[in-house]
Design a protein. Structure first.
Lengths: 331, 501, 352
């Protein structure tokens, strides 16, 4: 082996770090932003982009973990309920116990971790289909969340979490902290999935769990970890959610978020059948969805119209993938 | 014959294994030497696969001794075998298509450095292995899903070698490969033996053994008949050893009525699978298409039934050319087919016998084509259960709870709800007990007597000889020689497995 | 000797409960009803839990059971069949019904027919994507969930339609006395007879008596074998989604009647309608892997949940009741799922 090839091999340890889907997504986002900038000059200003990034953060953050879950061949439809539990718990602690930022974040993450552990244990060791179990726990989590709410809303939430919010306290050098944290966690997850044995094992499990077990992968432990991680990131995302809102938290918090997260993951090119996926794609998927939401509002259209575009994006993104796979098979 | 000085790498002495009442291996001796290719041959059911499983640690022998490099060992599990350096490459590569070649090779035992995978070290090792196998080093980081089947097989071999295999078992490696790919495989095997690996090579294609093997061990009826240097034997001699003493088949000759062909295949070709297949079947005739596993026989059946499309050539039914679009169309033309893979292609697992029988004939079983006529369905099911001697308490029994033979009879019953003009049977008695096999053969003959044109696609030599009026040999994806029912097993086996291509 | 026989009898009983979902559901219904009767007699409930109350509560069984049946059809078709869009279809079809009957003054029968047909069309989009293009059902119906939900809201500028004819439809939700023996039993909500029973009977006929039903079970059990048996696999799967859409269209009419208004978010507000429908189907013994499931299981699962919910409403004050209903639904679903897993391991499966 010559020195040249050795150097080449060193550099190219894995297939291309960027997938076609991600390049296309970047292109679509750029086009969309350009179109919005032309139609509404106010769009490409910090005052418009910053809230867009803040709003993207929670979905993208939970999406990182959801991507891993889906790569293993699972799914978690309970994250909406889990967000409700974590945010109301944290909001109550902020109001009642006046805890500081660090404690609030830790509390939220711990609560999310426990909920994720429940899902993980049931799925990894109960040997039941993930979608069924998480449909069930979704109800349980919502019950828990509503019980903590008691009656009505949580009012008078102090600005302890403003660090993650839309205001000036939530930015450094103009970049919103929530988005920055999401970006960092996405990068870490991207690196972990790509460069560690544990990360690669997630893909192997999604490809063929039985074969992975035979190859020595600790399948159940990996699956458990994926769901616990989801819970932990749900906990952190819940802090973003509280920070984004007003001083009031109402009972609709988290509602429908599971589908928004799954939509971002799917648009990002992760295969729902498992074995293939990218957290970077998920981040871009979440950004695209939020850009559409923001664009629809800026154009003065009915905000609910953005859901129509989300649906169309899912069909186009996954449809293109199906056609590519079909072309690969035919070759 | 044996070199007394050299210690064999692996030696099995007087090994026996039974599964319940079945004596899979009665007595086997087997010696594998470093740097040599040792072929293991035998007919289906001779005990080859059980032998392989014992060596690979997937099954434990009941009696007998196993020595590895002169030391007695226990092969209690696959991990124990792998730890010793015994690696097995099965026919179907167990790889992860989304992961790269290097990742597949090191999955579960990655080289690590500071918590992360040491890609450089892994890749360097993989490049070495690929070089040994003659694969380009850029494959190191290619996703396995983008490689051809042959290349995937080589990746499986590389995976075995990465675990420092000292004995490499190749289980019918050539079955899924094209001729050119087989050449590459041979090249790989030669490189490995040159590097001191002992290779056990299992194949049905006897001709290729002469090009790759040093020694051959023949198995028959659960026994090793003997081990010979390959250069001392010919294809016919090996075939003779595999078949053993031929019992004169007392089967009375059937008189096949004269008449035009009901089913005729002319130059039927499916690119990359089989080519120029010619065969014709008359009413009341049983024709066997006999070929080794991987020779293309099973694909021919799928094509006649409209599952796959042919690329050229024609199918004629009653001398009229037909273009069969799908199985439903085939059924309308009067063709019925018993699929080869019972569990995947034949059975509706947890559904009842009656459900399984009527599944292909719902229109006929319904009033106005809409509502199932349950009385008729039940009557038909009971009639066929009786005719095929299916052992079951009632027709509502789920098929998944039945033995292989009984389940096969139920799937066969589905083909007989309407009397077919042409019945194609793909491996009709694979995984079926002896009693059921007998009954299925009797039934096939009965159907022919009633005037059905029967085409049996089989890789089971005695079966072909036992039931067919004519046997068409398929070799290398095309029909070659034709034999009558008086042909000897040796002739047939030699025609299918050997000779020039 | 007797002890051995007794022991066997006992294991047989456990086995029947575990493998026969209908038996388990029947036992659970009895347990639930008896529990609430006892609580009622003890005066722990805020209102009497009696046959009249149980009968009146059946009004909520109508949409729940119908959508449960719709989910059963698509789940039966196998290959990960599921329909997340049923709630959105209910919303959108409901708006169409609102226009047809409330605004354009179509006759009721024609409006209902058109709404059902429109629902079938929406289902056909799902079926086309899943069966002919090859989308995973979860993704196709997630996409159409978003699209239909959005269209339902945009189509009438977020406004509900509650014109006079629509308001008068509330009479569809009233309870009626049964003929012949009606004076001896409580009045039953009309929707049971006009919508639920016909749908349940039709689905039962479809599944248990027609060639289509056989094909559906066949492709759900093993779609490769179905192809080798000459069955039209794609067409059969496609139709399952069409039927689910059609039932959603009928549920849209029921829902408009119950609210006396065509609401653009009728099927998606709060928890939506898809989640409870899937829950009911799974609880009713429908295997998520396809090929197993019966109408009776879904109907019994609905009764269990409806009567459990009705009792919970009386056992708690204020909105606590609706919260505990979530607990009950979630706990029952997780319990049923774990039970399925256990049954599969011990007895090799449930025969619905």
């Amino acid at each position: 082996m010559t020195a040249v090839t050795e150097a080449k091999i060193r550099r190219r340890v894995l297939p291309s770090p960027i997938t076609g889907q991600e390049i296309v997504l970047v292109g679509v986002i750029v086009l969309l932003w350009a179109a919005l900038a032309v139609s509404t000059p106010a769009f490409l200003t910090a005052g418009s982009i910053q809230p867009l990034l803040v709003a993207t953060a929670p979905v993208a953050l939970v999406g990182v973990a959801m991507t891993i879950v889906i790569i293993t061949g699972g799914i978690d439809v309970s994250v909406g309920g889990a967000i409700m539990v974590c945010s109301v718990l944290t909001a109550k602690a902020l109001v009642g116990a006046e805890v500081n930022l660090g404690v609030a974040v830790l509390l939220s993450i711990a609560a999310g971790g426990v909920l994720g552990l429940v899902n993980g244990v049931l799925i990894a060791y109960g040997r039941v289909h993930a979608i069924i179990i998480t449909f069930g726990t979704a109800n349980l989590f919502m019950f828990l969340g509503l019980r903590i709410f008691g009656s009505g809303t949580v009012n008078g939430i102090p600005g302890t979490l403003a660090f993650f919010g839309r205001g000036p306290d939530g930015r450094t050098l103009g970049i919103p902290h929530a988005f920055l944290i999401t970006l960092v966690i996405t990068a870490v997850a991207w690196w972990y999935l790509r460069h560690t044995a544990g990360g690669r094992h997630f893909f192997a499990i999604g490809g063929d769990a039985q074969a992975a077990r035979l190859a020595g992968v600790r399948v159940q432990r990996r699956i458990l970890l994926a769901y616990v991680l989801t819970g932990v990131l749900v906990g952190l995302a819940s802090c973003f959610v509280i920070a984004q809102g007003t001083s009031t938290l109402d009972q609709s918090v988290g509602s429908g978020k599971e589908l928004a997260v799954i939509a971002a993951v799917v648009i990002g090119g992760t295969s729902i059948m498992g074995g293939r996926g990218s957290v970077l794609g998920t981040l871009l998927g979440a950004l695209l969805v939020q850009s559409v939401v923001s664009g629809v509002t800026q154009l003065g259209w009915r905000s609910q119209l953005s859901d129509l575009f989300v649906g169309i994006f899912i069909i186009v993104a996954v449809g293109a993938d199906l056609l590519r796979a079909r072309a690969r098979r035919a070759r | 014959m044996t070199d007394e000085i050299e210690t064999p790498r692996l030696r099995l002495t007087a090994v026996a294994k039974r599964f319940g009442a079945v004596r899979a291996i009665q007595h086997a001796d087997f010696t594998v030497r470093a740097g040599k290719v040792h072929a293991l041959v035998g007919e289906n059911g001779a005990g080859k696969s059980t032998m392989i499983k014992i060596v690979a640690g997937a099954e434990v022998a009941d009696t007998g001794e196993i020595e590895f490099e002169g030391e007695p060992v226990k092969l209690g599990s696959t991990t124990a075998a792998i730890a010793l350096g015994i690696a097995t490459v099965y026919q179907e590569p167990q790889l992860f298509p989304e992961l790269t070649v290097a990742e597949n090779i090191f999955l579960g035992r990655e080289l690590r450095k500071a918590g992360r995978v040491d890609w450089a070290a892994q890749n360097a090792k993989v490049v070495e292995l690929l070089e040994l196998l003659g694969l380009p080093e850029r494959y190191t980081t290619a996703e396995v899903g983008t490689l051809s089947v042959a290349e995937q097989q080589q990746v499986s071999i590389a995976k075995a070698l990465a675990a420092d295999a000292k004995v490499l078992i190749l289980d019918e490696p050539s079955a899924i490969l094209t001729d050119a790919e087989i050449e590459v495989l041979f090249d790989v095997v030669r490189r490995l033996t040159a590097a001191g690996v002992a290779v056990v090579y299992i194949s049905h294609r006897l001709d290729e053994l002469f090009r790759i093997a040093d020694e051959v061990t023949v198995m028959r009826d659960g026994r090793t008949i003997g081990t010979y240097p390959i250069k001392d034997l010919s294809v016919r001699q090996i075939a003779h050893l595999m078949v053993g003493e031929e019992l004169s088949d007392a089967r009375p000759h059937r008189r096949v009525p004269d008449g035009p062909a009901v089913l005729e295949l002319r130059n039927l070709t499916r690119e990359g699978r089989f080519r120029d297949v010619d065969v014709s079947v008359r009413a009341g005739e049983i024709v066997a298409l006999y070929g080794l596993v991987g020779s293309g026989v099973s694909e021919i059946a799928a094509c006649v039934y409209g599952i796959d499309r042919s690329t050229h050539g024609s199918i004629l039914i009653n001398s009229t050319q037909v273009n069969i679009r799908n199985p439903e169309h085939a059924q309308r033309l009067g063709i019925a087919l018993l699929p080869a893979n019972r569990k995947v292609e034949g059975m509706f697992g947890f559904q009842s016998i009656a459900f399984n029988i009527s599944a292909g004939h719902l229109r006929r079983m319904s009033r106005f084509g809409v509502f199932i006529d349950r009385a008729r369905e039940r009557a038909k099911a009971l009639e066929l259960i009786k005719r095929l001697a299916v052992k079951t308490p009632h027709e509502r029994q789920p098929i998944s709870a039945m033995s292989g033979g009984n389940a096969q009879k139920v799937v066969l019953a589905r083909q007989l709800v309407e009397r077919p003009k042409v019945l194609v049977l793909a491996e009709p008695t694979q995984g079926v007990d002896v009693g059921a096999k007998e009954e299925i053969h009797r039934l096939i003959t009965e159907l022919a007597e009633e005037g059905t044109a029967v085409l049996v696609v089989t890789s089971d030599l005695p079966e072909a000889l036992r039931i067919a009026d004519r046997i068409q040999v398929v070799r290398g994806g095309t029909t070659t020689d034709e034999f009558g029912p008086d042909a000897s097993q040796v002739d047939l086996l030699a025609a299918a497995a050997g000779g020039s291509r | 000797m007797t002890t051995v026989a007794e022991k066997r009898e006992k294991t047989d009983f456990v086995k029947i409960l575990l493998t026969q979902r209908i038996a388990l559901l029947a036992v659970l219904i009895v347990v639930v009803v008896v529990t609430f009767f006892i609580n009622d007699a003890g005066g722990y409930l805020t209102a009497p839990y009696d046959f009249d109350y149980m009968s009146a509560s059946l009004i909520s069984a109508v949409p729940l059971a119908m959508l449960g049946l719709a989910e059963m059809l698509v789940i039966l078709s196998g290959r990960g069949g599921i329909d997340l869009s049923v709630g959105a279809m209910v919303s959108l079809a409901g708006m169409v019904f609102g226009f047809a009957y409330g605004e354009w003054g179509w006759p009721l029968w024609l409006a209902i027919l058109a709404t059902a047909g429109f629902g079938a069309l929406l289902g056909a989009v799902n079926g086309f994507l899943v069966s002919y293009i090859g989308f995973p059902a979860l993704i196709a119906t997630l996409a159409t969930f978003y699209a239909y939900k959005s269209l339902a809201i945009v189509i009438n500028n977020q406004q509900p339609i509650s014109t006079k004819p629509i308001q008068e439809l509330f009479s569809l939700s009233r309870s009626v006395e049964l003929p012949l023996f009606g004076e001896y039993v409580p009045n039953v909500p009309l929707g049971i007879f006009t919508f639920l029973l016909p749908t349940a009977v039709a689905v039962w006929l479809l599944l248990a008596r027609t060639a289509y039903g056989r094909r559906l079970y066949a492709i759900g059990t093993n779609d490769v074998a179905a192809r080798w048996a000459g069955l039209p696999v794609r067409d059969t799967r496609f139709k399952a989604y069409v039927y689910a859409g059609l039932i959603s269209g009928l549920v849209a009419v029921v829902t408009v009647g119950q609210f006396a208004s065509a609401r653009p978010d009728a099927g998606v507000s709060g928890n939506g309608m898809a989640l409870p429908a899937i829950t009911i189907a799974v609880l009713g013994g429908v295997a998520i892997t396809g090929g197993i499931g019966r109408v009776s299981g879904v109907v019994l699962a609905t009764l269990l949940i409806v009567w459990l919910n009705a009792g919970i409403l009386l056992a708690f004050v204020g909105n606590e009741g609706s919260q505990y209903q979530l607990l009950a639904l979630g706990a029952v679903l997780v319990f049923a799922a774990l039970l399925n897993g256990l049954t599969n391991r011990r007895y090799g499966g449930t025969t619905s």
